[in-house]
Design a protein around this ligand. Structure first.
Ligand SMILES: Nc1ncnc2c1ncn2[C@@H]1O[C@H](COP(=O)(O)OP(=O)(O)OP(=O)(O)O)[C@@H](O)[C@H]1O
Ligand SMILES: [Mg+2]
Length: 261
């Protein structure tokens, strides 16, 4: 199957004064088109770093990062910007909404940058998504007038509005109540099934993991295990995942997975 993401021996170091933080070490990972994949691991294990490299918002210290057939090392800044705009939707852990824009304008923003749709088409696309994530009655509000969960929903709508090939979601349900969390996952599942959108999550949420086709476990910047369906389905039957979402979910250790070499 076609791989939309290919990482080969990717490392990322951060320099903090005199110390070097090895945030990712020799990570190799292939992600097929249409996957619904979860990156699971403790705080500080490198999940956000990994998503940032796949999302082309940061560059690897070494190794190869290929996104949708493009070796990111060979791309100029302009080409990287186009890749981010046209191929990738990113739901950041810290949302990264534009504070001076309204909810509507934040979600419309990537469509304006793309410049492909008419005003009416943009309006119907934006309002449709705002309804789907349940934030349409706040369309004129600014981000600082919203709760954390409401901001998260705006960030989700903004990431999905261009119908990107790849959606990166850094803890997308962390601030959501269980009902909203389920609605959001259903929406993403629908996009995954209808449009073969590839979803790459980082999460501690058991319900998100229960929907994943693939779970990759990461610890101390290294991949320590991975499991794909149908093996996951068999494991799920033996030990059913919890059906709860969001805030109440404690950061729990990942369930055991097969270690891949
Ligand atoms: N900009 C940075 N400068 C220096 N160190 C960083 C930077 N970003 C991340 N790190 C370090 O890299 C490591 C991996 O961080 P990362 O944010 O990827 O973890 P995470 O798995 O996403 O954690 P969490 O679950 O808390 O979001 C950590 O040790 C972190 O302190
Ligand atoms: Mg993180």
């Amino acid at each position: 199957m076609e791989n939309v993401v290919s990482l080969v021996k990717v490392s990322k170091n951060y320099v903090l004064g005199k110390t070097i933080v090895h945030a990712l070490q020799h990570v190799s990972l292939q992600i097929a088109r249409g996957d619904f994949i979860t990156i699971a691991g403790p705080s500080g294990s490198g999940k956000t770093t990994l998503l940032n490299l796949i999302g082309c918002v940061d560059v690897a210290t070494s190794g190869q990062v290929v996104i949708n057939g493009n070796d990111t090392h060979d791309l100029k800044e302009r080409q990287l910007t186009e890749l981010r705009l046209n191929t990738i939707g990113f739901i950041f852990q810290s949302f990264n909404l534009v504070s001076v824009l309204s909810v509507y304008q934040n979600v419309e923003f990537p469509l304006l940058l793309q410049g492909r749709l008419s005003v009416e088409e943009r309006k119907s696309r934006v309002m449709d998504l705002l309804k789907k994530v349940g934030i349409d009655n706040h369309s004129k509000h600014r981000p600082n007038e919203l709760s954390g969960g409401q901001r998260q929903r705006v960030a989700i709508a903004r990431a999905l509005v261009t119908r990107p090939k790849i959606v990166l979601a850094d803890e997308p349900t962390a601030n959501l109540d269980s009902k909203t969390g389920e609605t959001i996952i259903d929406l993403m599942k629908e996009m995954n099934e209808l449009e073969k959108t590839t979803f790459i999550f980082s999460t501690h949420d058991a319900r998100v993991m229960a929907h994943a086709k693939t779970i990759v476990n990461i610890a101390d910047g290294r991949i320590v295990g991975s499991m794909s369906s149908p093996a996951r389905k068999i494991a799920a039957k033996k030990s059913p995942a919890k059906k709860s979402f969001g805030k109440s979910e404690k950061k729990s250790p990942s369930r055991p997975v097969k270690i891949s070499k």
